[in-house]
Design a protein around this ligand. Structure first.
Ligand code: PMV
Length: 372
C-alpha cells in the first residue's frame, strides 16, 4: 500500500538551473460529496466526481535557481528558510492570492524539499469568469501541482508516469481536498472505499470499471445564481462536521451511496443516478443547515431552479438532474442526447434566476493537460 513516505522526494539526481512549465487543470463536480475531514486533509468519507472539460485553470510556473549570500558563513547557497515566489493572476501581480500559495508550499515542502532552492513566478488564469462563484481552488491547486511535478520529474528523470500523476494528486489534495480529483478524468474516486480497488485517502484514483455509454460526454450546465463571496468557507464548513449530530450517519451514507453510484455508472441506470446525485446535493446542504453554528448557502433562486427542474422532469420525462457544491450555483447534469431540449428549457425557464442571466456549458472532461 502506498504511504505518505513514498511521496518524499529524496532521490533527485539531476540539476536544473531554470526553465518553465505550463499546465491546465479542470474543475470537477462531485456526485457523492466530500464534507468533513480529518487531520492533514484526510477525508472523513470517500467521494466521486465528474472531471469537467471547459472550466479550467491554466498555470505557468517559471523557476530559477536561487543565489543567496549568507552573511554568517560568508557563503553563497541556493536554499533559504523562506520560499521565494511571485504570483500573477492574468499577467498582473495579485498579492491577495499569495498567502494561500505560501501555506500550500509550507504543507508540501516535506515532500518537495527542492522548492526552497528556486525562485518561482506563478502566472495563472481561469477559463471561467473570476468571482463567478465557481471555486477555482480545485483547478488552481491541481494545475500548480502538475507544474511542481514537472519540475520534480526534471530533477528525477526516471520517474514513472504512474508516480507522477499519483503524487500530483497527493500534492493537490494538500492545497484543497477536492483538487486531488482534478488531475485525471473522467470519473475520479477519492477516499478509501471497500469496493473501489486501490482507492486511497491520500489521492484520487480513476474509476476502475468501465462507464456506461449513457454517461459518455455527460453534460453539466452551471447556472450562476450568486457570484458573491460565500459567507462561510468550505474550510469552516468541513470543520463543523466535528461533533456534528449526524456526522456518523452521513459518513456511512456516503460509503453506501458510492457503492450505489458505482452500480449505476456501470449499468447506465439514469433514474438511479438522479436519485443518488440529488440526494447527495441536498444532504450536503442539510449538513450545513444542521451544523452548530448553522448556515445556509443556497438562495431563493436555487430553490426556484430545483423546483422547475423537477416539474420539467415530471412533465417531459427528460433525465436531467441537479447537483450543488458549497454555494448557491446549480449544476444541471444530463445526457448528451437530450442536450437541445434541456438547453431550450434552461434558456426559456431558468436563465431568469441566474445572476445577469449567466450560465456555463460544460461536459465531462479528461483531466490535466501539459501545454508545451
Ligand atoms: O475541496 P474543498 O475543501 O473546497 O471542499 C469542497 C467540498 C464540496 O465541493 C462541497 C464537495 C466535493 O466533494 O467537492
Amino acid at each position: 500500500m502506498v504511504s505518505e513516505k513514498d511521496f518524499i522526494a529524496n532521490n533527485l539526481n539531476a540539476t536544473i538551473e531554470n526553465g518553465s512549465f505550463q499546465w491546465s487543470a479542470p474543475s470537477n463536480i462531485a456526485l457523492v460529496k466530500y464534507w468533513g475531514k480529518k487531520e492533514n486533509q484526510i477525508p472523513a468519507n470517500p467521494s466521486v466526481s465528474f472531471t469537467l472539460n471547459h472550466c479550467k485553470t491554466i498555470t505557468k510556473l517559471a523557476f530559477s535557481k536561487r543565489n543567496i549570500f549568507h552573511e554568517a558563513s560568508g557563503k553563497l547557497t541556493t536554499t533559504d528558510k523562506e520560499f521565494s515566489f511571485d504570483l500573477l493572476f492574468e499577467g498582473k501581480p495579485k498579492e491577495e492570492f499569495k498567502p494561500k500559495i505560501q501555506k500550500f508550499f509550507e504543507r508540501i515542502v516535506l515532500y518537495c524539499p527542492y522548492l526552497k532552492e528556486y525562485h518561482f513566478t506563478i502566472d495563472t488564469e481561469n477559463t471561467f469568469p473570476h468571482s463567478s462563484g465557481i471555486a477555482s481552488s480545485a483547478s488552481g491547486m491541481a494545475a500548480l501541482s502538475m507544474n511542481i511535478m514537472s519540475l520534480e520529474k526534471a530533477l528525477h528523470p526516471t520517474m514513472t508516469d504512474a508516480y507522477f500523476f499519483q503524487k500530483a494528486s497527493f500534492l493537490a489534495r494538500l492545497g484543497s481536498g477536492s483538487a486531488c480529483r482534478s488531475v485525471k478524468g473522467s470519473v475520479v474516486v477519492w477516499g478509501k472505499h471497500a469496493e473501489i480497488e486501490n482507492s486511497s485517502d491520500l489521492f484520487g484514483v480513476e474509476f476502475p470499471s468501465s462507464i456506461h455509454e449513457n454517461f459518455k460526454n455527460y453534460q453539466d450546465t452551471i447556472l450562476l445564481v450568486d457570484k458573491g463571496e460565500k459567507q462561510v468557507s468550505s474550510t469552516v464548513g468541513h470543520d463543523l462536521m466535528h461533533n456534528h449530530p449526524f456526522a456518523e450517519q452521513r459518513f456511512a451514507q456516503a460509503h453506501h451511496n458510492l457503492s450505489a453510484v458505482k452500480t449505476v455508472l456501470e449499468s447506465g441506470n439514469l433514474d438511479g443516478f438522479i436519485k443518488i446525485v440529488e440526494s447527495e446535493a441536498l444532504t450536503l446542504h442539510a449538513m450545513m443547515m444542521t451544523s452548530l453554528p448553522y448556515f445556509i448557502l443556497i438562495k431563493p433562486n436555487t430553490l426556484e431552479i430545483i423546483n422547475r427542474i423537477w416539474k420539467f422532469r415530471n412533465e417531459t420525462k427528460t433525465p436531467l438532474c441537479f447537483t450543488l457544491d458549497a454555494g448557491a450555483n446549480v449544476h444541471v447534469l444530463y445526457p448528451e442526447n437530450v442536450r437541445e431540449s434541456v438547453l431550450q428549457f434552461i434558456k426559456g425557464e431558468l436563465v431568469g434566476y441566474c445572476q445577469n442571466g449567466t450560465y456555463i456549458c460544460d461536459a465531462i472532461g479528461f483531466g490535466a493537460i501539459e501545454i508545451k
